[in-house]
Design a protein around this ligand. Structure first.
Ligand code: ADP
Ligand code: ZN
Length: 762
């Protein structure tokens, strides 16, 4: 313990303890020896309740702490590093996240500076090779004949190996992550080439800005589109004009599928980079395909740092620092890339802004679109929200004038939107027929295949999977942990809980009545696949769902095979609906449009409309116009009618009226507080206590408290779950009350999760 003197400097430190009790900054004295290193944003080591912990410096000041604390003030022990790790704009965003999402400050900081970056801080200094990067090159003794021999042995992986070698021949030394993306190859193949001596690793300094590395990228054959359409020009002008003001602003780019939104993003990025600023592009994880990455790389060259889940920790660290130090101009990645450490952010592009995957479902439970907007406010950047089916919230704010609105109502080069046929399944059901492919869809498929074109079949089986049911007593086997109906898989026969992934074999007799009348109902993608193979024997097809895409690389491989026309039919879950551009797909079939409508969620109609519109947009992106067949039991539902007519405006008007009537977002905000624990009785008691206290507190405010009630999924992973839902005008009015309550009423065995603006209420 040290006594304070007038010349002392103090630092406010947020310690890395994940607890609501210490979710604030504590003041420490900065020893003279550390005074030059301790600045806002660095990570330090401090004593805390008898332990030594790490913490984040959020402020440094010369005024002494209040008298009471001064006597017990302690010294910072050491500096771990990370000069400027948390620039002021990100600190601002973290504070906003704490007040809006109710997360802990330290959770927000940790999301901003990923674990591998923190872990590498000490090591990086020790090695003294800050900024040096690892690259792959062809071995000096590379012999084509030896490679040919290896290629023979690679079987299905041969093409990837060839592309790797060709890319290295063309480009010399390439960082591994970039090489894999450019060559559309899996990491294992590159490793094999390395292990067999064809490829070497080398560590070298990063390229300096003067290097003309763009020419190398240009040889890969990406030229800019010759002329932008008038709508595209207008969009680029509006966005660039806005970016040049240097004032924060949100622009909603509403463009139908195929209207050329990506082309607009590329032009905006080029203009922002030309002015020496940086850009950030967020895409849904599922759209982060090699195809998509290539489009950005070809146009922007080596100045794009891609952050995807397949990076090794050291690649992640390198990508992070390359953006931080300004060596890369554009960060491209999924949700968490919204925290990329750009120092001079000019534009943030959120592609497919309506996508639910922008919401993180673990603490900190943030929405990347909202964080992007918040970050733009803190740093004076322009945000572009792009979508063919904007979220109701975004379109509403554009309509209200809070966001600028740019519309691109037609496809480029006047390509027509596809024609859509809605086929009612109602009659078929009375027939007792359970086939997945109705007459119309079969006919359209036959015509399309005969012309040599490609077909995509969407079968969204989540929430409507194949399941076992006893036809005698109606008993449904359920997961013992989650009380969710099992999904039935035919080969090999097994029952899977898709919430906790528990598996078991199907029972031979009914556990309800003891009879032997169990049958399975509903068609999973496997059943659809079987039916298609029967109807179109010999036509090569691919199936893409969670079972066939356990790894990110499977996902890539299937898309690549389909793009290469190795198959004529692609069957898949909603995974296939997003953003892929296959010019030879002229027919899209939706096996059952109703699956999403049944979900217990106020966004069910919006999600169904958006999914159907997006998947229909996959048809006819090349020169040949597309067709879409939608099969449904609800042909009159407004989400399906408007999706069939590709009419966003009509859907928006009906849905907005419904939201207003029911007081749902955008007219209110929801905050979902979920309590869970092993003892159902304890959880219920905690929920009731919180309910009665909070109900009294919010009584006089513009806020309604719903519940407490058991969650729609009352048990997950052996834990009971209850929730309370606050429906309010201003999240920031209610959140402090919730945080205070939870801090003061922590109960052992019951944990609380807070979800503001939840995307799922299960
Ligand atoms: P969106 O993202 O709006 O669905 P894309 O940007 O993917 O649309 O563009 C659809 C297709 O049209 C792509 O193949 C793209 O290369 C092409 N394209 C975009 N703009 C133009 C243009 N001005 N002229 C010709 N083709 C274009
Ligand atoms: Zn389960």
């Amino acid at each position: 313990m040290t006594s304070a003197s007038t010349s002392d400097v103090y630092a406010d430190v947020v310690v890395t303890v994940p607890s609501r009790g210490v979710d604030r900054a504590f003041t420490y004295r900065v020893p003279a020896s550390l005074s030059t290193q301790v600045v806002s944003g660095v990570i330090v080591r401090v004593p805390f309740h008898g332990r030594e912990l790490s913490g984040w410096v959020v402020a440094v000041h010369a005024f002494p702490p209040p008298a009471l604390e001064a006597s017990s003030i302690r010294d910072i022990v050491g500096v771990t590093g990370g000069q400027g790790l948390l620039p002021p704009d990100l600190q601002d965003v973290a504070q906003w996240m704490q007040s809006f999402y109710g997360c802990l400050l330290v959770e927000a900081f940790q999301a901003m500076v990923p674990e591998p970056v923190r872990a590498a801080l000490g090591a990086k200094r020790a090695r003294g090779e800050a900024g040096r990067i690892r690259v792959a090159t062809l071995a000096p003794n590379f012999a084509i004949s030896a490679f040919e021999q290896l290629a023979q042995r690679l079987g299905g992986d041969e093409r990837q190996a060839r592309r790797l070698v060709e890319t290295l021949q063309a480009r010399g030394a390439v960082p591994p992550a970039e090489l894999l993306a450019l060559a559309h190859a899996r990491r294992e193949i590159l490793k094999r080439l390395h292990d067999e001596g064809f490829v070497r690793w080398r560590v070298q300094p990063p390229p300096s800005p003067g290097d003309d590395r763009r020419s190398a990228a240009a040889t890969l054959g990406g030229a800019a589109v010759e002329t932008l359409s008038p709508h595209q020009c207008k969009a680029v002008e509006t966005i660039v004009g806005q970016a040049e003001t240097g004032r924060a602003r949100v622009v909603l780019l509403h463009g139908v599928t195929g209207s050329g939104k990506t082309e607009v993003y590329l032009n905006v990025l080029e203009s922002v980079i030309a002015r020496g600023r940086q850009g950030l592009v967020l895409v849904p994880e599922i759209s982060l395909t090699p195809q998509a990455v290539d489009r950005y790389r070809r146009r922007l060259g080596d100045r794009v740092a891609v952050m995807h889940s397949g990076l090794t920790p050291s690649e992640r660290v390198e990508a992070w620092w390359s953006l931080k130090e300004g060596r890369m101009a554009v960060g491209l990645g999924a949700r968490s890339c919204v925290f990329a450490p750009m120092s001079d952010l000019g534009v943030v592009i959120v592609d497919e802004e309506h996508e639910a995957s922008y919401k993180q479902e673990q603490s900190p439970r943030y929405h990347a679109r909202q964080v992007a907007i918040r970050r733009a406010i803190a740093s004076g950047a322009t945000v572009v929200l792009g979508s063919a089916t904007p979220s109701l919230e975004s379109y509403y704010w554009a309509e209200q004038g809070k966001y600028a609105l740019v519309e691109m109502p037609t496809r480029v080069e006047e390509r027509p939107l596809p024609t859509v046929e809605v086929v009612s399944l109602q009659r078929r059901r009375r027939d007792g027929s359970v086939r997945a492919l109705g007459y119309v869809l079969r006919e359209r498929m036959a015509e399309t295949l005969a012309r040599g074109e490609q077909v995509m079949l969407l079968h969204n089986r989540r929430g409507f999977a194949s399941f076992l049911i006893c036809t005698a007593c109606g008993h449904l086997p359920r997961c013992p942990r989650c009380e969710i109906s099992f999904t039935f898989h035919a080969s090999p026969a097994r029952m899977v809980c898709h919430y906790c992934l528990y598996e078991t074999s199907p029972p031979s007799s009914c556990q309800g009545c003891g009879g032997f009348e169990m049958t399975h109902q509903g068609a999973g993608t496997q059943r659809v696949e079987e039916e298609v193979m029967e109807a179109f024997p010999g036509v090569p097809l691919l199936r893409m769902d969670r079972d066939t895409t356990r790894q990110m690389s499977d996902h890539r491989r299937l898309l690549e095979q389909f793009a290469n026309r190795e198959a004529q039919i692609l069957i898949g879950t909603q995974m296939i609906a997003k953003g892929h551009d296959f010019p030879d797909v002229t027919l899209v079939g939706v096996v059952l449009a109703d699956t999403g409508l049944a979900l217990p969620d106020f966004r069910a109609a919006e999600r169904t409309f958006s999914l159907l519109t997006q998947v229909a947009g996959r048809a006819g992106r090349g020169r040949v116009p597309g067709r879409v067949v939608i099969q449904t039991y609800n042909p009159e539902h407004y989400a399906i009618r408007h999706a069939a007519a590709q009419g966003y405006g009509g859907f928006y008007a009906e849905e907005l009226a419904a939201r207003k009537e029911l007081e749902y977002p955008p007219f209110t905000h929801l905050i979902n507080v979920i309590l869970s624990g092993e003892s159902g009785a304890d959880v219920e008691r905690a929920a009731q206590a919180m309910g009665s206290r909070m109900r009294a507190q919010v009584a006089a405010m513009p806020c309604v408290l719903l519940g407490p009630a058991p969650c729609a999924l009352p048990r997950i992973h052996r834990k009971s779950r209850w929730h309370l839902v606050f429906k309010c005008r201003q999240v920031q009015e209610i959140m402090p009350l919730i945080r205070t309550y939870l801090r003061e009423n922590a109960s052992a065995g019951v944990s609380a999760a807070v979800d503001a603006d939840p995307m799922s209420m299960l």
